[in-house]
Write a protein of this length. Structure first.
Length: 701
């Protein structure tokens, strides 16, 4: 089976894992902690060993394997990198979201590597750690992809500064596996021999945990909260009970290199180890290395956003045409230049741009300024605006068009070019600026309110197109003192409505930790609330074409907003429309998988769920051995584009799948993924393991 290259950058998660102090203690016991390390195994003053993080989100690794379609019979955990942002609480919730970031091709004989990255937060959205996993698929090379980058870590030629000796117990995997990695390779002697090992092997991440303990003991004793990063490459297999040495070299303040050595044969078990440590950085949203483009940033809100982003490490492109509030006077460079100088005085980087967002060329030039100066764009804040207010009957075409050109067309012109950059890199944050006038209406501003509501429509579709590429886009409706609001806000309110009150929301929505996309927020003077379009349940008023009188008679039901809902996609609303006319479902003669009540039902159903066109050239026999109260044996033969199911044991199956009746039902009904069942030991596969991956292709769900 080929790797699923289309899985690149597809979102994974959120994957949620609840845990308690007992889970942290069980993990510590599984990696060798005992009475000499009570802080890790006794709840009185409990601290969590940082490497608990990867064991506690083992499901994320399974999702990468499933999405990538890596060949299970050749999968290995190649590399691991953990970056810690906060100490791990002793209990709580892990919420992990991520994606596959790279597929690398080592060539057909050597295999392929799949790189996944996940960010884990607590239940409140506070970022705890970033987890980068590299899986090695030794049977998946030769797909024509790029080779992986060569990373060389130069270890000192001197002897290690510190050597910590450990001896994992012969029974170590039995305890460690209870933390989540139940793969049978670490416990089942028959399976281990079948795949080429003498006996069950140590979990690589269990040895990784032993190394973490050794590094902490040597460099940050009793202070796991000071661990900032732990990276490594898994090199060789280790059997339980074999002693190991952790070799540690201090490279500089706060950084060490490390290896794990098998002391019996001196093989390097874990290589390329990096360990970084130090005081906990302040928990704040930072934009170090990020490039932000802000339109209309020569004064008011745009200037405030720019200064606050600069203080937090961003590089800025300050766009301002320099025109008057109504857009009629010619542009001038001075507003943008003044803000650039203010940013440079803070010690940050910024360049000015004087293009007009109202033109196609201007939008492209603004983004090109960022590319030329800083190489990329991470953040775009569409803030530029003008006002030309008139009552509707006095609003001539040029007055209408000039406002549309700056607000709606301007947002399009700049966003279109920024979006391409963000799509290519798989990351972006975009802020649109609407107005209460657009959301709710305001006398004399039909041009302005129309443009501002159009911006919401632009966001609604871009949130869908950007989702796959980690581009999050949100819209704010600010109430703030600026040249656009000085006539609208009363003088006393104008003084209180500083742009400073709007900037915190904007910066949060620009941050990598921002969890939302497609939302609208009113913000000003320290108050924020979310605005949204709610849709009522409605009613079918006639089976044929209704009369106006039918509408009149049903207006109370049509207008009822009880249990109204927010749609996030056009298809959701259209689906509800069609469903309103559906008759109650009549049970089909052919049962669906979810309607089945026992194992035998599933096998009776299989031929009707078979996809003949997917079986072209396939000749395979699957043997199922089901245990439990609903036990039995069934063989499934796929030959000449047909499926034949026979109760009993086939003499020469290509692939045998063994599991309990409960797990079989859960897998076939979508409650348990086959990958997770396999890696946890619930599903055992013998014979040609690769053939088992055909099953999902051959049968409808």
């Amino acid at each position: 089976m080929a790797l699923n290259l289309n899985a690149l950058n597809e979102p994974i998660g959120p994957i949620i894992r609840d845990y308690s102090w007992k889970d942290a203690v069980l993990y510590a016991l599984g990696i060798g902690s005992g009475m000499d390390e009570l802080d890790y195994v006794y709840e009185k003053n409990l601290k969590v060993i940082p490497s608990f993080s990867i064991a506690a989100i083992f499901d994320f690794l399974s999702h990468i394997g499933t999405k990538s379609n890596v060949n299970l019979s050749g999968i290995l955990h190649g590399e691991q990198d953990l970056i810690f942002h906060q100490p791990i609480p002793t209990d709580g919730k892990f919420v992990t979201e991520g994606k596959i970031t790279h597929f690398y091709d080592l060539g057909q004989p050597k295999g392929a590597t799949i790189v996944g990255e996940g960010i884990t937060c607590d239940a409140k959205g506070k970022k705890l750690f970033t987890n980068m996993i590299t899986l090695f698929g030794k049977l998946d090379g030769g797909f024509g992809g790029e080779a992986p980058p060569k990373v060389k870590i130069d270890f000192p030629e001197r002897a290690p500064d510190i050597i910590v000796s450990e001896r994992p117990s012969p029974n170590q995997p039995l305890v460690y596996r209870l933390s989540g990695d139940l793969f049978v390779l670490h416990v089942d002697p028959e399976f281990a021999k079948m795949v080429g090992f003498e006996k069950p092997i140590m979990h690589g991440l269990c040895t990784h945990g032993f190394a973490c303990r050794a590094l902490m003991k040597s460099l940050v004793p009793g202070q796991p909260e000071k661990v900032r990063r732990m990276a490594c490459r898994f090199s060789k297999t280790l059997y339980p009970g074999i002693p190991i040495d952790v070799h540690i070299w201090k490279i500089q303040e706060g950084k060490a290199l490390w290896r794990v050595i098998n002391t019996e044969n001196q093989e390097i078990v874990i290589d390329n180890g990096i360990f970084e440590y130090g005081d906990i950085p302040k928990d704040e949203i930072r934009f170090d290395g990020k490039v932000a483009v802000i339109t209309g940033a020569g004064a008011g809100l745009g200037r405030t956003y720019a200064l606050e982003l600069a203080k937090r490490g961003a590089k800025l492109v300050i766009n301002d045409f320099g025109g008057s509030r109504d857009g009629l006077s010619s542009g001038q460079a001075s507003p943008a230049d003044k803000v650039v100088q203010e940013i440079k005085d803070l010690g940050a980087e910024a360049v000015a741009n004087y293009d007009n967002v109202a033109t196609v060329q201007g939008g492209e030039s603004i983004i090109q300024t960022a590319i030329k100066a800083f190489g990329t764009v991470d953040i775009l804040i569409n803030n530029a605006g003008i006002l030309r207010d008139k009552s509707f009957m006095k609003m001539e075409k040029d007055i209408w068009q000039s406002v549309e050109d700056v607000h709606l067309n301007g947002a399009y012109h700049v966003t279109r070019h920024a979006f391409q950059v963000m799509k290519d890199k798989g990351y972006g944050r975009i802020i649109m600026t609407t107005s209460a006038a657009g959301l709710y209406g305001n006398f004399g501003q039909t041009n302005y309110s129309s443009a501002k509501m159009g911006i919401v429509g632009l966001m609604n579709t871009l949130k869908l197109e950007g989702e796959k590429y980690n581009i999050k886009i949100n819209t704010i409706a600010p109430i703030a003192a600026s040249r656009l609001t000085e006539d609208f806000l009363p003088p006393d309110l104008f003084q209180k409505a500083k742009p400073d009150y709007v900037a915190p929301l904007v910066l949060f929505l620009c941050a990598d930790r921002c969890p939302v996309s497609g939302n609208i927020y009113n913000v000003g003077m320290g108050f924020i609330n979310r605005a949204a379009v709610y849709t009522g349940k409605g009613t079918v008023i006639s089976k044929g074409i209704p009369r106006p009188e039918d509408v009149q008679n049903q207006m109370s039901k049509i207008s009822d907003m009880t249990n109204a809902k927010i749609y996030t996609h056009l298809n959701e609303q259209v689906g509800d429309l069609f469903n309103a006319f559906k008759a109650p479902e009549v049970k089909s003669e052919t049962p669906k998988t979810g309607d089945t009540k026992n194992v035998a039902d599933i096998f009776k159903l299989m031929p009707s769920r078979f996809i003949p066109e997917a079986a072209q050239g396939i000749d395979v026999i699957f043997q199922y051995t089901i245990t439990g109260n609903d036990a039995g044996n069934w063989s499934v033969s796929i030959q000449q584009n047909t499926c034949t199911v026979t109760q009993g044991i086939h003499e020469k199956p290509n692939c045998t799948l063994s599991m309990s009746d409960i797990d079989f039902m859960d897998i076939t009904q979508g409650k348990l993924s086959a990958m997770k069942a396999y890696t946890s030991g619930k599903l055992k596969i013998s014979g040609d393991i690769m053939k088992s991956q055909l099953i999902e292709k051959l049968f409808k769900k």
